[in-house]
Design a protein around this ligand. Structure first.
Ligand code: FAD
Ligand code: NAP
Length: 547
């Protein structure tokens, strides 16, 4: 098999992989090393995915770097030295560049290449993949490694096209950086991207207006350099640490509390939550085993954060506005910050509550709300993503019998295990809706999916299987299960992107699997042990499959 890429297109391959983030890179490496003829297609000019696009000031991971990294190569994890507990974006991008160099991956990718469509050609049992520039490739397998947070969205504000100032979205930041010195800047949003970018922007801007619709809960990162001793301890025990992480419900080595908050008294809450607050990071959320299931328990952690906000922010009116009050902590993705709340004590920062007085639009010089106008030189939209389904539905994906994914998912995404879709044979998605994905350490979730998919392709090769496809009934059962477990939690109480609530008109379905990474992996392994239970396999493509 060859891995040469023809610029002419119309090339037939074993596998086409779309995306060159953590998922696409590992897929290409793994498939290529097994001898498959694989081609990666990536819209960006280089590898990195999330870390290629999100270059805003302050961008960094919030799962510790020593865990937010590949575990598949012991040599790789031994040789890479993370500088900080939570690595900044340039370092994560450099790491992914190093991975690409180390395993010589770039030669198997076409960059600046956006996939427009993928169509299953039933008679040939091939996927036909077309790019926006009109190149065509066909492959037996098509794997979508297109990311859950890769389609940024700017809400449709009237008059934005007339605004003469600079316009940015955190998820598509200029490579050369932005100098806000001497400028009046507006940041729209207070989610994770805003919480990270607001403090450094405030240090530069002449004045910063933060337009907040819903306050988010944020915990301090307590970021800092990784000491040599900590680094070598981790590296001495890396395989064991990774195995331990994979056996947890989020794929991260947190300090998982085993009691309900309701089993202990207020004094103990103060000690335990205080300890976690001081330690920093999202470990805070795992103090008790029912924080995301019991309203009463949740309120204890939420009150603790509200109290800290009240202590940090000097102006009580501003502090009050920054306190989330109408949804449980953790049901919108918790944020991790460095000096976010303290930034509102700066004289050059104004918090504008756009809940009572929404943004109505822009004119040439200003952002306008229902009751005021703010002159700005630059506006930063930290307004998030069309999450989980956005990248897949942007492409025209057509499966068996000419059915399109857009039609199939009109009422919300339906997958089997977040890996495969009924009616789309030999197509896989990495960390798709219905898998733990964004509720876990995504790199570990990616590795599990890549290994499952590649193992499946290998078994098909050895057993002479022509197609594999999720059964409609197994898929429906899984969709119902994903929904059932979400209903047992508090997640439905927040208007979050987990539910698609940030995109007007998007079906309100809880998309990630909340049943736990460990439980999920056991289910995936079970499916394999039982001969790919819930999948239809055909030896000969001509075998009848219901329409
Ligand atoms: P991505 O990195 O999103 O890569 C997908 C790639 O596919 C992109 O490069 C995109 O250009 C390409 N693509 C999409 N559609 C097409 C198309 N039609 N044609 C061609 N190419 C296409 N997760 C954590 O677990 N911990 C964290 O700390 C964390 N921090 C994050 C911080 C930010 C700012 C963001 C936005 C997300 C963060 N995440 C975090 C989630 C993060 O997205 C994942 O951890 C991980 O990077 C996803 O990798 P991926 O390869 O699946 O997708
Ligand atoms: P987000 O969490 O979806 O936040 C978007 C923000 O924009 C929200 O505050 C939202 O308000 C606001 N907004 C949207 N439309 C608006 C409108 N019309 N008017 C006013 N405000 C509006 O997006 P994000 O901050 O980019 O984060 C997305 C995800 O990426 C995170 O949850 C996380 O998983 C990942 N991420 C992680 C990190 C990290 O720390 N490692 C950093 C960045 C991103 P409402 O809440 O009212 O909708």
């Amino acid at each position: 098999m060859t891995d040469k890429i023809s610029e002419q297109g119309a090339q037939q391959l074993d596998v086409v992989v779309v995306g060159a983030g953590f998922a696409g890179l590992y897929l290409v490496h793994k498939l290529r090393s097994l001898g498959y003829d694989v081609l990666g297609l990536e819209a960006a000019a280089d590898v990195g995915g999330t870390w290629y696009w999100n270059r805003y000031p302050g961008a960094r991971c919030d799962v510790e770097s020593l865990q937010y990294s590949y575990s598949f190569s012991e040599e790789l994890q031994q040789e890479w030295r993370w500088s900080e507990r939570f690595a900044p974006q340039p370092e994560i991008l450099a790491y992914l560049g190093h991975v690409a160099d180390r395993f010589d991956l770039r030669r198997s990718f076409l960059f600046n290449t956006r996939v427009a469509s993928a169509r299953y050609e039933e008679s040939a049992n091939l996927w036909s993949i077309a790019t926006e520039a009109g190149k065509c490739f066909s492959a037996r397998f098509c794997i979508m490694a297109t990311g859950n947070l890769s389609v940024g969205r700017i809400p449709e504000f009237a008059g934005l096209q007339d605004f003469a100032g600079e316009i940015y979205h955190t998820g598509n930041w200029p490579h050369e950086g932005v100098d806000f010195t001497g400028k009046r800047v507006g940041v729209v949003g207070t989610g994770s991207s805003a919480v990270q970018s607001i403090p450094p922007i405030a240090q530069q801007a002449e004045h910063l207006y933060v337009f907040q619709r819903t306050p988010h809960f944020s915990v301090p990162a307590r970021n800092g350099p990784i000491e040599d001793q900590y680094d070598s301890e981790w590296k001495r025990n890396y395989p064991a640490q990774r195995a331990k992480a994979r056996s947890t419900r989020s794929g991260v080595l947190y300090d998982y509390g085993t009691k309900s908050a309701l089993e202990v008294d207020a004094g103990e809450h103060a000690v335990e939550l205080g300890r976690r607050w001081e330690k920093g990071g999202t470990n805070f959320l795992y103090a008790y085993n029912d924080t995301l299931r019991s309203e009463a328990s949740n309120q204890i952690s939420a009150d603790f954060v509200r109290e800290r906000i009240g202590e940090i922010v000097i102006d009580p009116t501003v502090a009050d506005k920054l306190m989330p009050k109408d949804y449980p902590i953790g049901t919108k993705r918790i944020c991790v910050d460095t000096d976010f709340y303290a930034t509102f004590n700066r004289p050059n920062v104004t918090l504008v509550d756009v809940r009572p007085s929404p943004i109505t639009g822009f004119d040439q010089t200003s952002l306008k709300t229902a009751d005021a106008s703010y002159q700005l030189d630059a506006v930063v939209f930290a307004t998030g993503f069309d999450a989980m389904t956005g990248a897949l539905l942007k492409m025209d994906i057509v499966g068996r019998n000419g059915h399109s994914l857009r039609d199939k998912w009109a009422e919300g995404p339906k997958t089997y295990l977040g890996l495969a879709i009924a009616g789309f044979p030999n197509m896989f998605i990495v960390t798709g809706p219905g898998s733990p994905s964004v509720l876990s350490n995504v790199v570990i979730a990616i590795e599990q999916h890549v290994e499952w998919i590649v193992d499946c392709i290998e078994k098909m090769e050895h057993e002479g299987i022509a197609t594999i496809e999720a059964e409609e009934s197994a898929q429906q059962e899984w969709v119902d299960h994903v929904n059932d477990v979400a209903c047992q939690t508090l997640y439905y109480q927040a208007n979050s992107w987990f539910l698609g609530a940030n995109v007007p008109g998007k079906p309100r379905i809880f998309m990630p699997y909340v049943g736990g990474f460990d439980t999920y992996v056991a289910k995936c392994d079970d499916v394999v042990r039982n001969g790919y239970a819930g999948f239809i396999k055909t030896k000969d493509q001509a075998e009848a499959i219901p329409a």
